[in-house]
Ligand binder design. Sequence first.
Ligand SMILES: CSCCC(=O)C(=O)COP(=O)(O)O
Ligand SMILES: [Zn+2]
Length: 216
Amino acid sequence: MAYQNVTLEQKQQAFAELREVKELFASRGWFPGTSGNLSVRVGDYAANDFQFAVTASGKDKTVHTPEDYLIVDQDGKPVEATTLRPSAETLIHTEIYRLTGAGAIFHIHSIYNSIVSEWFWDRKAVPVKAVELIKGLNIWEEDVQIDIPIVSNFAEIPRIVPEVTERLDPKIPGILLRNHGIYAWGANAFEAKRHLESFEFLFEYVYRWELLNGKK
Ligand SMILES: CSCCC(=O)C(=O)COP(=O)(O)O
Ligand SMILES: [Zn+2]
């Protein structure tokens, strides 16, 4: 059954949600050089039938314009005629939605997430042990070690997708692209934001810990 297009009200609500998150993250310097992209799912979800609002590609995400977002389908294709191009990384969003049924996905580049993803590339995961902010990822075990997966960062985005499919860990609501950035998701924008903030705290912690200890 073909998915019904989202209503104008749903679209406006999704764009407003993205605008709020974009403004906050921009104030933290989380979109250097037009990097980063954000999306929220709109309407009902079926694994091969869903739509989401996503940031347009190449925009300065520190400013607001009437052309910042568009609605795409489960293949990352715009659902309405538009001159806007969806984020170049939209296929990563589509795959994460398909695998997790998430309600929102946020991607940012930071010095900390880039450095730790390169530093731990040989392990294909960033290990984090017994840091309180792991609870921000909704993981509550005491003294737990988590391993945040890292995948290759190919120039052609479709080449990255199979690694995301293979490496995404349902217990960890995020995945790193090597020397690139983090994708974090959640059931809604509130949860995706909490997860992203927790990851960024953990990456800075790991970076500083490794610096102090001088070894892996
Ligand atoms: C200038 S950053 C390189 C592209 C990138 O990694 C990114 O996150 C932004 O791409 P988009 O197409 O979403 O603007
Ligand atoms: Zn990126």
